[in-house]
Design a protein around this ligand. Structure first.
Ligand SMILES: [Zn+2]
Length: 203
């Protein structure tokens, strides 16, 4: 039996309510809003009038706040790459399969928000503060599982460069997990549940 890497036994230090609260504050600050006027179900593009540039700013701030790498791609676009465009979209409209995939991938979204006739760019209209918090939490879990590829030592934040970790034992640089890879991993898992064949590998 091999010993567990040291970081494996480190308790995962981020509770869901704590992450949600911090994400809400980041969103409020980026959009210059009073946090008291925002809740977890607020939709970024619908209720909070966010624009694409605001989303980039929010993603960047979340990365700095939590030391993670956020995915930047549209879930439906990645799903089309992975499971074929025909499975997910028909004439630009999200298919039943695509809607099922979204419901399973975004459990925080009320099911009735995902309606027939949706187009790929309508996807962003669904994104809530809670959606962001779920993604942040997912990234944090992956960071908590990091350990050194050279010696198995624990990953600790690199004091010289904020967006990387370093091995506590040998000093080897440990890259942060890519948010895009995590998103694709999760899509694969959901696809497996749905018995969707994989036809392509996202770039
Ligand atoms: Zn090491």
């Amino acid at each position: 039996m091999t010993a567990l890497p040291a970081s494996f036994s480190t308790p995962f230090a981020h509770s869901v309510p704590d992450v949600e609260q911090r994400v809400l504050l980041v969103v409020a600050r980026s959009l210059d809003r009073d946090p008291a006027t925002i809740d977890l179900n607020s939709r970024l593009f619908v209720d909070l009038d966010a624009e694409s540039l605001d989303m980039l700013d929010i993603a960047y701030s979340l990365e700095r706040t939590f030391c993670i790498r956020m995915p930047r791609v549209n879930l439906l676009q990645r799903a089309s790459d992975l499971f074929s465009e025909q499975a997910i979209l028909k004439d630009g409209i999200v298919t039943e399969t695509g809607m099922d995939l979204m419901r399973r991938s975004m459990p925080e979204i009320p099911e009735n928000w995902i309606k027939p006739g949706m187009r790929v760019y309508d996807f962003r209209l669904l994104i809530t503060v809670e959606s962001l918090a779920r993604v942040v939490h997912r990234c944090l879990e992956a960071v908590a599982r990091l350990c050194c590829s050279q010696c198995g030592g624990a990953a600790v934040p690199n004091s010289e460069f904020s967006m990387a970790m370093i091995c506590a034992d040998c000093g080897h640089t440990i890259e942060l997990p890519s948010g895009e890879h995590l998103l694709v991993d999760d899509l694969r898992r959901v696809g497996e549940e749905m018995h969707l064949p994989i036809v392509g590998e996202p770039a």
